[in-house]
Write a protein that binds this ligand. Structure first.
Ligand SMILES: Nc1nc2c(ncn2[C@@H]2O[C@H](COP(=O)(O)OP(=O)(O)OP(=O)(O)O)[C@@H](O)[C@H]2O)c(=O)[nH]1
Ligand SMILES: [Mg+2]
Ligand SMILES: [Zn+2]
Length: 361
């Protein structure tokens, strides 16, 4: 672990009276600390004394084997205690999250995984090159809406081309989500991130490998703290340089905390479907005129949404993306309910086939 870590007060780390009340209610006795990095058997936590290792108490470890969401993640607040037997401190309690970004972890089964917790704003980073994909950004926004934090879309690397046509493609994603063009390399537009930072505030960077999440973080930190890796010439994709999610206080007189994340192949939505509708407020606005209140805009008679597509008032790809998200959310819900019971062989085979289907990506 780095010894040159920045010292922060608990308040700077985001602690407030509400958290104190929650900690008391949790029954965990000890010191509050914020999780920075999580490894298999231990985690690094940060408090006003600096950073140290901690291990989960048996009770918490047993709970997490039933519930993957009980595993602490970067950004979580925990209550820690000295280990009477010496050695690493123990994590006594995981405090309920205010916001959390969840994805489906890759693996044999569909398991939810917390990407980052207690984040005020999630920055979805994308780039004006061959890796650009509006639909992917849309999926990120839906997952963020589910988790409860605010979102902003960052079009990074605008030093490479005229960003306007790319920004124009992102703007229809919503009136409430800010879209910023910027460059980690030249610093152009970086000031747009400042309103999201500040005392006790936490932002997280998500997006495909190679979009420049770590570069943006280094620029904000004013140091080469995070390793950065070149993208591939053949398709502009990154090489998965960052391997761990990590919380980093800004320090150096600046207030706020940053969470770097490894580039995800696909943030597979973990969603109830309701926020899908929020993300597609343009589709919903037209759907008011559908004959049926629960119209799915597929083959129902009197569907105003399909009329809008036919008349060119709504893009066909936009409706397709809407359907795709609804389908993903439904699949996830089925799999989640399924895994809570005893999964039959057949069901897990089905889930696997669905996950491995490349057309479903
Ligand atoms: N031209 C230009 N290149 C950039 C900019 N930001 C990042 N890069 C380059 O893009 C490549 C990838 O940057 P990273 O910061 O490693 O990307 P990342 O999103 O952290 O990638 P992973 O850790 O793999 O998820 C590096 O070669 C960076 O130098 C930018 O604003 N402009
Ligand atoms: Mg990185
Ligand atoms: Zn309809």
């Amino acid at each position: 672990m780095e010894s040159s870590e920045v010292r922060s007060t608990l308040e700077e780390l985001g602690w407030d009276p509400e958290w104190a009340a929650v900690a008391t209610a949790s029954g965990g006795i000890g010191r509050p600390a914020r999780v920075t990095v999580v490894y298999q058997d231990r985690l690094a936590v940060l408090d006003d004394r600096g950073v140290r290792w901690a291990a989960l108490r048996g009770r918490l470890r047993r709970r997490q084997s039933d519930d993957p969401l009980a595993i602490p993640a970067s950004g979580d607040w925990v209550v820690t205690a000295k280990n009477p037997g010496g050695g690493m401190d123990t994590v006594e309690a995981l405090l309920p999250r205010r916001t959390c970004l969840i994805r489906q972890a890759a693996g044999r089964r569909t398991v939810p995984q917390v990407v980052a917790a207690n984040v005020d704003t999630v920055f979805v980073v994308t780039t004006p090159n061959r890796d650009f994909n509006v639909r992917r950004v849309e999926r990120y926004l839906a997952a963020i809406a589910d988790g409860g934090g605010a979102a902003a879309v960052l079009l990074n690397k605008i030093d490479l081309c005229d960003p306007e046509p790319w920004l124009a493609q992102l703007r229809p994603l919503g009136d409430t989500t800010p879209i910023y063009g910027l460059s980690a390399t030249t610093g152009l537009g970086m000031e747009q991130l400042q309103p999201h930072l500040g005392l006790g505030r936490t932002v997280a960077f998500v997006g495909s490998s190679g979009v420049g999440k770590s570069s943006l973080i280094n620029h904000l930190l004013g140091s080469e703290r995070q390793v950065v890796g070149a993208i591939r010439d053949e398709d502009d994709k990154g090489r998965h340089t960052t391997t761990h999610r990590e919380l980093l206080p800004l320090g150096g007189g600046a207030e706020g905390m940053l969470i770097d994340t490894p580039g995800m192949r696909e943030l597979q939505l973990w969603s109830e479907g309701s926020s899908v509708r929020e993300t597609f407020d343009d589709v919903e606005a037209i759907a008011i005129d559908c004959r049926f209140r629960d119209c799915r805009h597929r083959r129902e008679p009197g569907c105003a949404v399909r009329v809008a597509v036919a008349k060119g008032r709504l893009k066909k790809v936009r409706l397709a993306a809407f359907h795709k998200l609804i389908d993903d959310a439904a699949t996830n819900q089925v799999q989640r309910v399924g895994s809570a019971r005893i999964a039959t062989r057949r069901r897990s085979r089905l889930a696997r086939a669905e996950r491995d289907d490349p057309s479903g990506a």
